[in-house]
Design a protein around this ligand. Structure first.
Ligand code: GLV
Ligand code: GLV
Length: 324
């Protein structure tokens, strides 16, 4: 009998078709598996699950997963999965590194430009009929050229952002758990800061590309926001809880920082009410990886891990398994 795979939501069809060549595949309705209860009810039917980052794959869910061999997350971030619990139950976990670096980096640059040059307020102004004639003092923003970009998290995505920011004429400084190679630092002309607070102090733009862990939760808090220059712009396309939203909203309302763009939120899909009316704050619905190509690549990488594990391939032949 074919093994059974649960894809928790509709994803790019070619990925489902690929899985269907090997297994019996069920695809959940959009959002159906965003609760532990729903996952617990169904997970024992499956040998593999391909969850979204919005699906909580907790210890209590995994305790019901009597047939499960692999969780192949449809994301590079895997803070929605309890790795220790998976390891205890001998369930493998995969993520999707690499394939979303370009789309996420392009989106990040887009957010930087959009906030610095006020695209959204400008459109609102125009559509409200306020554009009467060319204004020499209208919508004065900040150029990227010659500015300093601080990057927290210099993995693949951070590096892809740095490469593009260099092309815009920016200086790159970064903070990371560990320093990147000399070669990478030279290629990106990037200077390492061992303290994220000192980094924040020296930035015109600060962008976050670290995973969410106990160490990075609320890394950007009131203190760090106070250290940022008054004109500086914060960009978050990593995970919402890396930023203390209430403190950010306060900094924006008090004009102690210049602006922010957030693609991720502390309690998705909720957005802190004080952010919704904050000045110079651009909000997008967790979509930095949303190009067709990248979403197909993400799906294929997850599907390949499932095909490898359920067909008994050695772990070493499945490059995107997370080794706890
Ligand atoms: C998206 O947020 C991802 O982690 O892939
Ligand atoms: C992105 O793909 C990363 O692993 O940083």
């Amino acid at each position: 009998m074919a093994k059974r795979v649960l894809v928790t939501e509709p994803i790019i069809p070619s990925v489902i078709e690929k899985l269907q060549k090997h297994f019996t595949v069920d695809v959940g309705e959009r959002g159906k598996y965003n609760t532990e209860e729903q996952l617990k009810e169904n997970i024992s039917d499956y040998h593999a699950i391909l969850p979204m980052l919005s699906n909580p794959i907790t210890e209590s869910v995994l305790s019901e997963a009597t047939n499960l061999e692999i969780v192949a997350n449809h994301a590079v971030g895997y803070n929605n999965i309890d790795l220790d619990a998976a390891q205890k139950s001998n369930i493998k976990v995969a993520n999707t590194p690499g394939v979303l670096s370009d789309s996420c980096a392009e989106f990040t640059l887009g957010l930087m430009l959009a906030v610095a040059r006020r695209f959204y307020d400008a459109q609102e102004y125009l559509l409200e009929g306020k554009f009467e004639s060319w204004e020499p003092l209208g919508f004065l923003g900040m150029e990227l050229q010659g500015k300093t970009l601080g990057i927290i998290g210099m993995g693949r995505i951070g590096q892809a952002v740095a490469k593009r920011a260099r092309a815009m004429g920016m200086d790159i400084i970064y903070h990371n758990r560990s320093r990147v190679s000399d070669e990478t630092e030279q290629k990106l002309n990037a200077s390492y800061y061992s303290s994220h607070k000192e980094l924040a102090q020296s930035t015109d733009f600060l962008t976050l590309h670290c995973p969410l862990t106990d160490e990075t939760r609320h890394l950007i808090d009131a203190e760090v926001l106070r250290l940022m220059p008054r004109h500086a712009i914060l960009i978050n396309t990593s995970r919402g809880p890396v930023v203390e939203e209430a403190a950010l909203a306060e900094a924006l309302h008090n004009n102690t920082i210049g602006g922010a763009a957030l693609d991720v939120f502390e309690n998705e899909p909720e957005v802190h009410p004080n952010l919704q009316d904050a000045p110079n704050c651009l909000l997008t619905p967790h979509m930095a990886s949303a190009s067709y190509k990248t979403r197909e690549d993400i799906g294929m990488l997850a599907a390949n891990a499932i095909i490898g594990v359920l067909n008994g391939k050695a772990d070493s032949e499945i490059p995107n398994l997370i080794q706890p």
